[in-house]
Design a protein around this ligand. Sequence first.
Ligand code: SF4
Ligand code: SF4
Length: 179
Amino acid sequence: MSSMDKKMIVRQFADLLPTMKRLPFITDDEMLELYGAEVLETVAKLDKFGREQELCENCRDRCCALVKCELYLLEFGQCPVFELRPPICRLHYCHKFFPQDDTDLKELSDVFFDGLLLSQSRGDQRVDLFDSPPLARCAPGFIQSVMPVIEAVKEKQVTPGEAIEKIRQQAEKFRMLQL
Ligand code: SF4
Ligand code: SF4
């Protein structure tokens, strides 16, 4: 991303944010709409590197646990709302992804924060939805509906696969209710 492109990406983000009614959950298509192809190409490149190096699979200091995400459970083995995970989950990469050159990290960080700053300066209240996970503040009803399922997995009353399906359905329902 060049600095000119970044300015355009940030402006596009702030222009489109008011149309994003279903945050904090977001789809791949909505991410593309909001941030544009250039950002998602960088994300795809980093994801590929992470998969090749098995960074997240073998990670013992999961960032999901560090941010106290209510959906994080070792038994799940993956994000239960992977296809709908919030923007910060999609744009955050830890130092393990940048063994030599952290240019991509800085650029992703710039577009993320500059976009939010511009939106904030326009009075867009949606910027608060980007400070999530944890999800309870932005989606209290959703968290209330899925906590019993997560507790049931811990008690081994429900399999992780069944719980993931239920959580995913609740996230879809939450998104539908935002319209
Ligand atoms: S981004 Fe880094 S801290 Fe987070 S799960 Fe992957 S390797 Fe672990
Ligand atoms: S919503 Fe984000 S923080 Fe929570 S489990 Fe999924 S990827 Fe991790």
